[in-house]
Design a binder for this molecule. Sequence first.
Ligand SMILES: Cc1cc2nc3c(=O)[nH]c(=O)nc-3n(C[C@H](O)[C@H](O)[C@H](O)COP(=O)(O)O)c2cc1C
Length: 559
Amino acid sequence: MEQTKLSEQPLSPWPWQIKLSDVSFDLAVMSQQLKDFSRSCYLVNHTEKGFGISQQASLIDTRCFESEKTSFSANSVGKEDYSPCFPVSAFAPALGTQSLGDHYFRRVHGVKYAYYAGSMANGISSEELVITLGKAGILCSFGAGGLVQERVEQAIIRIQTALPNGPYAFNLLHSPNEPAMEKSSVALFLKHKVRTVEASAFLGLTPQIVHYRAAGLSRDANGQICITNKVIAKVSRVEVATHFMQPAPVKILQGLVDEGLISAEQMLLAQKVPMADDITAEADSGGHTDNRPLVTLLPTLLALRDSIQSEYQYLTPLRVGAGGGIGTPDAALAAFNMGAAYIVTGSVNQACVEAGASEHTRQLLSTTEMADVTMAPAADMFEMGVKLQVVKRGTFFPMRANKLYDIYSRYDAIEDIPIDEREKLESQIFRSSLEDIWQGTVSFFNERDPKVLERAMGHPKRKMALIFRWYLGLSSRWSNIGEAGREMDYQIWAGPALGAFNQWAKGSYLDDYKARHAVDIAKHLLYGAAYLNRINHLCAQGVNLPVTLRRWLPDKKMA
Ligand SMILES: Cc1cc2nc3c(=O)[nH]c(=O)nc-3n(C[C@H](O)[C@H](O)[C@H](O)COP(=O)(O)O)c2cc1C
């Protein structure tokens, strides 16, 4: 079969032509033109020079292409202009980051981008992280999980002072073992008028999350429902997503009315709005994860959203965003192209200078590869066998934590553990006698939630779980504060997104962990996604751009 020569056939039927004098064939100039999202790009396929780009074009003149090399166009004053013209082979519109995601997300949260940095427990998503991102118009959720109320309150005050008009969010973490924590978190958020929470780890709806949502409902002067307390529900299961996409259950609402926590009017309004404004489909990620691939989870939740939205006809349509595995501009674009209303990152932010992670941990994170992560038991849901994703290179934590879970599964009480096994635990993992650890655990929970201790009394297996959770709880703290001598026990949550990011950043200024800043990284992901979108659009029209133009690399810090 005869091959078609590209130069003899325009690749696309665009009705424009470009003057040769406006076209750049220089790679460096073309790269700048492609990165300038404020202007469209028109590509010409020149017989000798190959592809070139112009940022302007005029409507095609039928007389243009009568001779192969010379054509003409009318200039603005109607005079004939005999400079050579070429037909436009491919076109990319002037679309930048504003074209990515749902504009309602940006408007409702008062942010510049359809992006947020997810909560990272124990203040890893620190005040610095929330404030720096917030000042750049990017939403970040403070990592309230695992912190005592006084510490969270300090963070609220500091963040609200720095960002009086937002954007910021706080994590409302479901705590099946410590319901008192969830209740006091909601009380704290309501007291300080925290207007956005990222609700996560929920298995269903609890009176606490319903209280937060319903307590912020009212009607304005026109009778429109005002949603003051915004909920971003991060889920990885269809059942949980369904609860958050629907209005709050009447039974829970009635209970809250009976307790005097919400009004009868708020109960009525709550039946007209979804439980959450945004549903984050969280795929394989750092920390707690169901390890679902984004390409399966996101479309499933988008379809669920469509069916629930068409059933309830909410005035502001439900939004579904994507998190988990996003560490490169390519991954960000893939999520947007699948229909994500916004994207969420986590692992890449922990490696940033603003994160509440120690220098040792951040340095280790900057060298973590995609296969350097594994699953290990989670402190908060240890007894249920729940696991989370952590770094496995440069620390023994996953091995040791899995050992503890193995022992917990085999024995019913500390006293049942064979003596040699127990001695190994005491010398290698706890570096103390298990009795001493238990005493420390008692004082900890006496202060934090004495009910946990009550439940363990007379239940030796629960007592064993609390002792083992001492190690699981402290090991992440050690990683955050940089506890000297405990480096090999650091529990560092991270997902494969980090390895992908490190691979992408290899050889660039971002290789250096000290140069990683959360705003810069967010912008690289978003501007990179917009750039790749442009490139893909041109390639889909048959343009075979040089490799150097086809990638978005971190060659310089974003402004
Ligand atoms: C260090 C770390 C701690 C995290 N802690 C929490 C948390 O306390 N609450 C929460 O909702 N999500 C938590 N996450 C999940 C992130 O908010 C985010 O959803 C996730 O990291 C996105 O996936 P990625 O890690 O692939 O970027 C954590 C993630 C990491 C890496």
